[in-house]
Design a protein. Structure first.
Length: 499
């Protein structure tokens, strides 16, 4: 009938909705997107155009409305609101749809992360800070993963995008499945899907043969009234003897009536003041390290009076259920992107820096980076270095400091990874580990150790080296972490490769 809208039938092509999803009301959530038929994993559900807001416009208006919880960060500082089905996906802690921000086409691509059954709701993950209480849909799983647009070259895969990861129910650690737990509830260390690596910063040296010694110059003070003169810091500093190298040892040793002054560990005997009655300098063996235990103190005192500096018992950070889900999401990003890299003839090494769980403002957009030394023919394009570079580029491009401190921005600290966490498929090499240390990384998680090349415990443990000016926490993801009931196996990597 003329003037009446046409009614689509079953034979019509769903050009704008090729998967024939439909919208219906969900109690407690409002409208939602549902599958009308089975949708295979990794199927494109929707390519949603976006409504873009200028940064100033959004800060003045948009962020004060409910839109603030549904908008996405765009690379140039603008905010984007998805249209079409993209505006109707509900939130889930275990979503079954991922989203990929494509800034080249100004759209968001939504993809299924697993097989979705008929009449099952399609959900995404909007983040940890929500204005509403999440209402979970039964039998749903998955999560979200944002990577660079498909039209970009491999070296640009590490684009700055807000990333979450798909997390199938079968792969979630037992601690996450407890129905009576809140996100703020603590997780027992035994239930964590990773193990902390304790840094052997110092040896306890509780056996006489274990004590490390060094030759030091000493001199006997014949007249006790000269002890005060010799201990004057002015003379010690002027003579170059007031250093930290021997700060774990006491300066004077008294044996009976003899007092002996500890001087230095230089190859040659130091020059002494001529106005004091001193003997000739000579060398003795002294401990290299402070005493960490009473047993060690007793043994080291037999060589030279040593300072007792008991080490505080190492205790791992307490993790909550919410933070553990955040980490599991990050690991799932690694697994997905690692397989992508392997199909592109690159080394299957991926690094991922997510927005911090506790303070997303420290890095509003997450970074995923690949090893691109093959495609770029550049030996330094390791995944970890590419990740550092991407975070630095993002922070340097911000019109105002991310942390709101102008002095930090001027000092160049926007190039550092202070307070951030790196997840990577393989233990970084020594070069990358040192770069992470200089970038002030907070912690690193890796899935596979590299005993022959790794810098986090393989051939060396860089954060545990004496003299480094920063240390970060190291955790190794357990290989027993499973997905869909099968142990996840990443593409193989030559153990001789510097990851």
């Amino acid at each position: 009938m003329a003037g009446c809208p046409a009614t689509a039938n079953d034979t019509d092509e769903h050009i704008l909705n090729p998967q024939q999803c439909h919208v219906k009301h969900v109690r407690g959530k409002g409208r939602g997107v549902f599958a009308s038929r089975a949708i295979p994993a990794r199927t494109i559900i929707e390519v949603s155009p976006v409504l873009l807001f200028a940064k100033d416009e959004y800060n003045a208006h948009g962020r004060h409305t409910l839109l603030d919880h549904y908008a996405f960060n765009w690379r140039d500082g603008r905010m984007a609101l998805p249209l079409g089905l993209g505006s109707l996906f509900n939130h889930s802690e275990y979503p079954n749809v991922s989203y990929s921000i494509d800034t080249t086409r100004d759209c968001i691509v939504y993809t299924s992360t697993r097989t979705i059954g008929p009449d099952e709701e399609l959900c995404i993950f909007y983040g940890h800070n929500l204005w509403f209480n999440p209402v979970d849909v039964p039998n749903e799983s998955g999560s979200t993963s944002v990577t660079a647009g498909s039209g970009q070259e491999l070296d640009e895969w590490a684009s700055l995008a807000g990333i979450q990861a798909s997390l199938p129910d079968q792969g979630i650690p037992t601690a996450l499945l407890a129905g009576n737990m809140d996100d703020d509830d603590a997780i027992d260390e035994d239930d964590l899907p990773f193990t902390w690596k304790r840094l052997s910063l110092d040896k306890e040296e509780e056996q006489i043969n274990d004590i490390e010694l060094v030759q030091a110059w000493v001199v006997d003070i014949l007249d006790h009234k000269h002890i005060a003169t010799m201990l004057r810091q002015v003379w010690l500093k002027r003579s170059g003897l007031e250093t930290d190298a021997l700060s774990h040892l006491k300066r004077i040793r008294r044996q009976g009536l003899t007092s002996t002054l500890l001087l230095c560990t230089s190859p040659h005997a130091p020059t002494l003041p001529g106005d004091t009655a001193l003997g000739a300098p000579y060398q003795v063996s002294v401990p290299c390290n402070p005493a960490l235990t009473q047993t060690s103190l007793h043994l080291k005192n037999t060589y030279w009076p040593t300072v007792f500096t008991p080490r505080r018992k190492w205790e791992p950070e307490k993790w909550t259920r919410g933070k553990l889900k955040w980490a599991c999401n990050a690991i799932d990003v690694l697994k997905q992107e690692c397989h992508k890299a392997a199909t592109s003839d690159e080394l299957p090494i991926v690094a991922f820096v997510p927005s911090p769980y506790a303070n997303e403002d420290d890095l509003p957009q997450s970074v995923v980076a690949y090893d691109t030394r093959t495609s770029t023919c550049h030996p330094l394009r390791h995944a970890a270095l590419n990740a550092i570079r991407k975070v630095a580029d993002f922070r340097a491009a911000q019109p105002t400091p991310v942390r709101g401190d102008a002095t930090q921005n001027q000092s160049g600290s926007q190039y550092l990874l202070t307070g951030l966490t790196l997840f990577t498929t393989h233990e970084p090499c020594i070069m990358c580990t040192m770069a992470l240390l200089h970038s002030r990384m907070k912690e690193i998680f890796y899935m596979y150790a590299m005993p022959k090349t790794g810098g986090c415990g393989g051939v060396a443990c860089v954060p545990a080296l004496k003299g480094v000016n920063h240390r970060f926490t190291i955790a190794i993801w357990k290989n027993s972490y499973e997905e869909a009931g099968d142990t996840v196996v990443l593409p193989t990597l030559d153990p001789e490769i510097d990851a």
